[in-house]
Design a protein. Structure first.
Length: 298
């Protein structure tokens, strides 16, 4: 899910079982509190308000906005953003690219499993080929020669797989640290940990590698979106609603693999193309086309 991309995809993987159980209990408590902070439903007679409420699909918006404010002002404002600004200023571009390539290469098994589960055999072949090239010629994934050779990277996760299988997103939920986490994507995020070989390599072992991967991934992605998020915050009337909309647009695009669904295009069949002019006419006058013999164009 998008939160996985922002914060590293390792929040559910801890250095030991006790901390993992503590995190799980905390999430359950958070969800329980979420259920008790429902947004007020609009008057059924106000069709515009009802339509907006249904489109937002955010029944616990007051609590979501509270957690969003905690993330934005405390976790991001005081910790993540300043760290990302320092990371961006200190590391040269090629070093940041190497970090990104390495982290993307580590995620290959998760992408591959979801390619297969979705029946995307061509994309699965690309994933395997990329891993082979970048792990060898690319010096353990620090470089990305595969893209230059025509094997472009793509992302997949189990939340997308569930969507391909027909599972609905569910109500919008925003959790501290994780960010946007609707039920489908949250479930997919958990399952993806089972697809990650590093989950088993470091299972019940004290190691700094999983949390380091988590932190560096989040730091790198936050640094790459510094200007974008600042611009969205500066230009949006409602920053929370803007990011909620962008999250859904991004997820829908990922689920569709970047392909446009004709069924989701706006209906323009009832648009009135008649124009009213000052002289009362409603026709558009055009110059006659030149005769074929005088046409010097194509």
């Amino acid at each position: 899910m998008a939160a996985d991309k922002i914060f590293g995809g390792s929040a559910f993987h801890s250095a030991n079982g006790k901390s993992g159980r503590t995190l799980a209990i905390g999430l359950i408590a958070t969800l329980a509190l979420t259920l008790g902070a429902c947004a007020t439903r609009p008057d059924p007679g106000d069709q515009a308000a009802v339509a907006a409420y249904q489109e937002a699909n955010d029944p616990v918006e007051p609590l979501n906005r509270y957690f969003f404010a905690v993330n934005d002002q405390l976790l991001d404002g005081l910790i993540l953003k300043p760290a990302a600004q320092g990371y961006d200023a200190v590391l040269p571009g090629f070093a940041k690219d190497s970090v990104r390539h390495f982290l993307d290469n580590l995620r290959t098994p998760v992408i591959l499993v979801n390619d297969v589960l979705q029946g995307e055999w061509d994309r699965a072949g690309t994933t395997i080929t990329r891993f082979g090239i970048n792990s060898t010629v690319g010096v353990g994934g620090l470089l990305d020669p595969a893209t230059g050779w025509g094997y472009e990277r793509h992302g997949e996760d189990f939340g997308q797989t569930l969507a391909v299988w027909g599972t609905g997103e569910g109500p919008y939920v925003f959790l501290p640290l994780l960010g946007p986490a609707p039920p489908r994507d949250l479930a997919g995020f958990v399952v993806d940990q089972a697809f990650d070989p590093l989950t088993y390599v470091f299972w019940n072992r004290d190691s700094i590698i999983p949390p380091t991967r988590f932190v560096v991934n989040g730091l790198d992605l936050r640094a790459r979106n510094l200007d974008t998020l600042d611009e969205i915050e500066r230009t949006s009337v409602d920053y929370y609603a803007a990011l909620r909309s962008l999250y859904r647009q991004s997820r829908n695009n990922e689920i569709a693999n970047g392909e446009i669904d004709p069924d989701n295009l706006p209906d323009i069949s009832d648009i009135d193309y008649e124009f009213d002019y000052e002289d009362g006419s409603d026709a558009i006058e055009t110059e006659p086309a030149p005769a074929a013999g005088n046409n010097t164009g194509i």
